[in-house]
Each structure stands twice: as structure tokens, then as C-alpha cells.
Design a protein around this ligand. Sequence first.
Ligand code: ADE
Length: 257
Amino acid sequence: MKIDILTLFPEMFPAVLSAGVVGRAAERGLLTFSVTDIREHTTDRHRSVDDYPFGGGAGQLLAAQPIFAALQAIGPAAAEAAGGLPPPCRLIYLSPRGRVLDHGLARELAGEERLVLLCGHYEGVDQRVLDAFPFEEVSIGDYVLTGGEIPAMALIDAVCRLVPGVLGSEDSHREESVYSGLLEYPQYTRPASYEGLDVPEVLLSGNHREIELWNFEQALRLTAARRPEMLRSWAAAHLSTLDKKKKALAEAVLREL
Ligand code: ADE
């Protein structure tokens, strides 16, 4: 997958794109990142990228010209999309008024060959950018950040871990398992007793089936308590695939909702 990032703050990205799981996947050639500084594409001699909104209103808007120029510069893909051809890539504008990013959207985006992420600043962007190019607006949650860079990083992390080959086999197996869509059950590591706090007995039993059922029930109960709507949509997708014992556990928790 190739990801282009259009930003006023290119210096924010190298650490995030080169560290951890994402950085390793980039080293292995599974992911390619290209960061474009919008300011490099101004024609204005003061290199200004923003201006006041027509009709008044607070703050400044990102102007159309440098963004049009940056999109043309990253290649014909984005420019063609503007001409109404089937977009060969997804264009995403990070914005608090967008569709809220969730696991479903992350999965969908992980199947794309190319993403172009536009990071907004100031009070937004000249609407002509969003009208001329088939931008989808994506938010990372109902709160407002000072710019789209951190949202772009969150999206990159959530999407890239789902690109085939990026996660190790154990993690990707888990991603496709019955646990996907439930909150994580509590986990413990050594020692079995610490400061008088003991690890639940069942986890020390060595009985794999009992442990599996206990973990499953913990995940169900935690999800029911914190995110009941998430449990309902998980149940709609997974209930019929469960073995008898797990199904009985899930149905008992669902009845208590
Ligand atoms: N830019 C500012 N706030 C944002 C948010 N919550 N999501 C995406 N982009 C943003």
C-alpha cells in the first residue's frame, strides 16, 4: 500500500512512520509513505497557504491553490480522479465533520492500493478542494484537534496493521477470530502473586479449554458493561459461528443487557 500525506507540518511524521510495527512493515516494503509539504506548492511570494473566509467568520482557511498544486504534483492518480474518472486511490480529508473512523472503515481502507491523506489546519479548507476532488471526510472522534496530522497518524496506524503481512501471524489470526469486535479480556503476567494480588486461579490451571472459555466470558462481560452496542453488533455477526458452550455464554450475557 502507498500512502501520500499532504501536510503543513511534514516534520511531524518521520518518527511515527519509521517506528514499531508500521516502521518495520515500511522497511519490508509492504508500506510506502510519501510526505508532501503543502507550503512547497504555493505560488504566492510570501508562501502563504491560508486566507480569510469570504463572508466573514472566525479564523483562516487553507486556500485551494497550494492543495490543487500539491495534488497534481503527487501524480496523475489524484488529478485523474478530479476529472471524474474512477478514482484509482481513495482521497481522505481528515476533519472533525467527517465519518467517524472505526474498525470497519479501517478494514475497508486496508484493502486499497493507495490512500491520499490531506491534513487540514486553521478553520478548514476552501470547499472547492473538496468539490473538485472526490475527498471523503474522516474524523477520528467527536473532539477537535488543532490539525489533521495526529488524526492522519491514527488512521495510518489503524489501517496499516490490517494490511496483509504487517502483523505477525498470531496477531493477525486473532484479528480474524471471534474476539474481533469484542473488548480485550484482562491479562496477567508473572509473578502469579504480587503484593498480595493473585492471578485468577483458572489461568494457572493448565486447562486450555477452561482458560479459553474464561477469557471469552471476560471479553463478553467487559464489552457488555462498557460498550453494549458493540456487543450487539458483534453478536449479529458471530453468534451463529460459536460452539455450543460459547454460544450459551454469549446468550447469557446478551440476556442481561
Ligand atoms: N481535525 C481536527 N479535529 C479532527 C478530528 N477529530 N478528526 C479528524 N480530523 C480532525
